[in-house]
Design a protein around this ligand. Structure first.
Ligand code: OGA
Ligand code: NI
Length: 423
């Protein structure tokens, strides 16, 4: 019996704001008005679905109705505060918040050791001409993804000058006066546009970053009102970079499948078809006067299939968790840093890792990064690939749909979304 955890929004007869009911296969119903109540209800549903029989195959969906009710735009952006020499306000200091759920993966260290993240030459994945090299790199890829969950892709075909131009265009956008950037401000309750991240609860620690977030694909879902007109080449630059990133992503998805002995479209069919999603997050981490008290971006794992990240060549900031320890990801000038997202950990039945990572700030230097996320069309069901499930390795994860929203909400609360979808 397939079980559907559905969220329905109904008007509460007695009071506003909206009252939300969660129902599990009409058997269990929990309601709540505040976000805290809803999350509590969601946890009970999760528990019931694990402990009650018979629920062999489960589909978890989370609707947008569970989205932020406490969201607001920043009074002042991180960049403005940095320019004015402000100290980070209390809601940015993570130790003030949620009994510091945010450091459950370990305390903030601004200079941990460098990560020996494997460097993979992906040129041989583009053609079949160098079969021997391909075997070596596939083995490296498999080992990288099952230990670190990430790698530095080199020889991807994009020259340094091209990558640098992408970063420069984004930098030019952030350098514009606020009045200009304000035209692209996101709306409350939605992530798309310029500004900060969404706020889900009053205890949420804010990140010391500003960013422009765009849904780039499918093309007919572009909301051009959020796409800056200045710099004048920004739209074209993002469009062109997207095409390049898509070609590289297909090759990486296929290589990942081959590295596990699977048919080559086993993963790409979830992320690279016409209605699948590609989002871009263009981020500025301004200098921060107190890097040991504030995160650039709190610890999280990505909701994506894979994420392709351009780092700032001038300053490090990205850290990755491996075996319970934090490491700083080195900057390799012409590399694209690739990390897996949760949906690839689910599809690979836990063989590949979706690494927990975070960003720390720097007292003197600002940092720009460009992150591109591949995600499935929200109605696609994601579950461990059959061939990777056997007696020795039983299915680790439930079937999920529309996982992106759920992951994002967990992230802001310092919770681990992947744990919640374990069988
Ligand atoms: C992200 C992310 C890292 C960075 O946007 O999910 O992890 O260096 N970004 O900006
Ligand atoms: Ni991330």
């Amino acid at each position: 019996m397939a079980v559907m955890a559905a969220l329905a929004r109904v008007a509460h007869p007695l009071s506003s704001p909206t009252f939300i009911t969660l129902a599990l296969d009409r058997t269990y119903k929990y309601s709540g008005r505040t976000h805290k109540q809803l999350f509590h209800a969601w946890n009970i549903l999760q528990h019931k679905s694990k402990t009650q029989n018979p629920f062999p195959s489960q589909i978890l969906t989370v609707s947008k109705s569970a989205m932020a009710t406490r969201d607001s735009l920043p009074v002042k952006t991180a960049q403005q505060m940095a320019m004015d020499g402000d100290q980070p306000p209390p809601n940015y200091i993570f130790s003030n918040t949620t009994k510091s759920n945010y450091t459950k993966f370990g305390p903030l260290e601004t200079s941990p050791p460098f990560a020996s993240v494997p460097i993979v030459d992906i040129s041989c994945f583009f053609s079949t001409s160098k079969q021997d090299d391909q075997e070596t790199e596939l083995a490296k890829l498999r080992s990288a993804l099952s230990t670190w969950g990430c790698f530095q892709a080199v020889n991807h075909g994009l020259p340094y000058s091209y990558l640098d131009n992408v970063r420069q265009v984004i930098k030019q956008f952030f350098e514009l006066p606020l009045e200009e950037k304000r035209k692209y401000f996101r709306e409350t309750g939605s992530v798309e546009g310029y500004g900060n991240d969404m706020t889900y609860s009053e205890n949420q620690a804010q990140d010391w970053c500003d960013r422009l977030f765009l849904r780039i694909l499918p093309e007919d879902q572009r909301k051009l009102r959020f796409w800056p007109k200045i710099p004048s080449n920004l739209r074209e630059t993002i469009n062109d970079y997207t095409n390049k990133i898509k070609s590289i992503s297909v090759v990486i998805f296929e290589a990942m499948a081959k590295s596990l002995g699977l048919e080559k479209s086993s993963f790409s069919k979830y992320f690279m078809e016409e209605r699948d999603i590609l989002q871009g997050r263009f981020i500025l981490y301004p200098p921060c006067p107190t890097p040991d008290q504030v995160f650039g971006l709190k610890a999280h794992s990505d909701r994506s299939g894979i994420t392709l990240l351009l780092q700032d060549p001038g300053v490090e900031g990205l850290q990755v968790l491996n075996d319970g320890k934090w490491y700083m990801v080195p900057v390799i000038h012409d590399a694209i840093f690739v990390n897996l997202g949760d949906q690839m950990q689910i599809l690979s039945n836990g063989i590949f890792k979706s690494p927990v990572h975070r960003v720390v700030t720097n007292k003197e230097k600002g940092r720009i990064s460009v992150a591109m996320f591949t995600e499935p069309e929200p109605n696609k069901e994601i579950s461990p690939v059959d061939v990777l499930v056997d007696e020795k390795r039983p299915k680790v994860y439930k079937t999920v749909k529309n996982y992106a929203v759920f992951n994002h909400e967990c992230f802001q609360k310092g919770m681990v979304a992947l744990d919640a979808v374990k069988l």
